[in-house]
Design a protein around this ligand. Structure first.
Ligand code: FE2
Length: 424
């Protein structure tokens, strides 16, 4: 007897199987003819592990236009706007907006989010707000929080103390922003101190690193060095790494093997990188996304992040990781069947690995979190940004969406239903 059976779905690897769920866990995969509290027919549909966003800013989300829009479209104007906004925004407003976003995310099958939370505020109201959100969504979203000294770990006079306080309050991961410190030397020192802090506390590291078009912004080098020196292999990620787009090719040929050796992961954020980088260029205009395929060729784990949805840096976004992967696929020119398939992994399994999620996946014993998608396979899901027909979180159905079929009434023809998937 199962609580739930998801029947006849196609798994991402192409196998067709039933999935049996009991007490919040996947307890059987195969051909199941047992009783169940509910049977969901997934015949012809993709059954996937949930989407994972390894890089987001939940404290700033859904605040677009407040106090005004980012006219230059740059990272620096966005930081300035956020600096004004966070002074006046109440803790309750932050919680309400973040919970709204989590509703969007849950409906899209996005059930694990790593969110950076700004620690440059002496009241730490944002940290308190996000800890409260983490508590409220824990039954359906794994929310991992990163202590993020947005205004600079050394550049902001109280950021160091506040970042330590945030970690003491239960924030999960150590962040940083070395390219925003006053000097390259300060940036490197911040990476060193923050990595030491993570090593002492047994925490992971995820730094905004080299989010610039400057080919000489090379904090990734220090991050790799510190990861190895402190024995943090497999627990460190560099977010953005956009300067690598512009770096000298010889230098990168030395850097990538070092990054692989230290098991430092990369988190490009394609929607935001394509929108924000290159704003100081004329033509040709650099597109600012890091070297995804080259990293993967070296065995480096790469996960795509969303970064922003309707906030001081980005006016659009829906919480749909298929949009993120779709943009990443284009900007990284990942057009072969295997590369497109890999783009899907980058918003599911690869990002889960970066976050160190336990019990993630479609195997017996894993947490029963999965998504039934109106597509035949992962590439079709990407092509259509297909509907999430049913979202199951920790064994419970939490969202349903109708199929994206169109009813066509064309001149001289009877009305027909045009199915979007498994055609053409
Ligand atoms: Fe970010």
């Amino acid at each position: 007897m199962f609580d739930l059976i998801v029947k006849g779905g196609t798994l991402p690897d192409g196998h067709v199987a039933d999935i049996g769920i009991k007490a919040g866990k996947i307890t059987a995969i195969g051909t199941l003819d047992a009783e169940a509290g509910e049977v969901i027919d997934a015949t012809g549909d993709l059954v996937s592990p949930p989407f994972v966003d390894p890089h987001f800013h939940l404290d700033a989300t859904l605040s677009y236009g407040q106090p005004r829009i980012n006219a230059s479209g740059t990272l620096l104007e966005g930081i300035g706007l956020w600096g004004e906004l966070k002074q006046v925004m109440t803790q309750d407003e932050m919680i309400a907006r973040a919970l709204d976003y989590c509703d969007w995310a849950a409906s899209m099958g996005l059930l694990a989010i790593r969110s950076h939370v700004d620690t440059c505020d002496d009241s730490l109201k944002g940290v308190e707000a996000m800890l409260e959100v983490r508590r409220q969504v824990k039954d359906y979203i794994d929310l991992q929080l990163v202590a993020f000294p947005q205004d600079g770990f050394y550049r902001d006079p109280t950021a160091r103390d506040n970042t330590i306080r945030a970690l003491d309050m239960g924030v999960d991961v150590v962040g940083g922003i070395p390219h925003f410190e006053r000097t390259m030397a300060d940036g490197a020192a911040s990476v060193r101190e923050l990595c030491e802090m993570a090593a002492q506390r047994g925490l992971r590291v995820d730094m905004h690193c080299d989010e610039t078009d400057d080919p000489m912004s090379r904090h990734i080098e220090t991050l790799i060095f510190e990861a190895q020196r402190l024995g943090l292999e497999g627990r460190v990620a560099g977010s953005h790494l956009t300067s690598m787009h512009s770096m000298d090719n010889y230098y990168v040929s030395k850097l990538l093997p070092l990054m692989a050796e230290a098991e430092v992961a990369a988190i490009p954020n394609p929607l935001i990188n394509i929108m924000i980088q290159g704003r100081h260029d004329t033509f040709p205009k650099r597109r600012g996304m890091t070297r995804v395929k080259e990293m993967q060729a070296h065995g480096i784990t790469v996960g795509f992040g969303q970064d922003c949805v309707r906030d001081p840096w980005y006016p659009l976004g829906t919480g749909d990781m298929l949009d993120v992967a779709f943009m990443g696929l284009h900007v990284a020119q990942m057009s072969s069947p295997a590369e497109m398939r890999e783009c899907y992994e980058m918003v599911t399994t690869r990002s889960a690995k970066i976050m160190g999620l336990e019990g993630y996946g479609l195997e017996v014993g894993c947490e029963a979190s999965l998504v039934v998608i109106d597509a035949g396979d992962p590439v079709e899901a990407l092509r259509l940004r297909a509907a999430r027909l049913c979202v199951i979180a920790k064994g419970r159905v939490i969202a349903r969406t109708p199929r994206g079929d169109a009813s066509l009434t064309l001149p001289g023809r009877p009305t027909t239903i045009r199915r979007r998937h498994n055609v053409g």
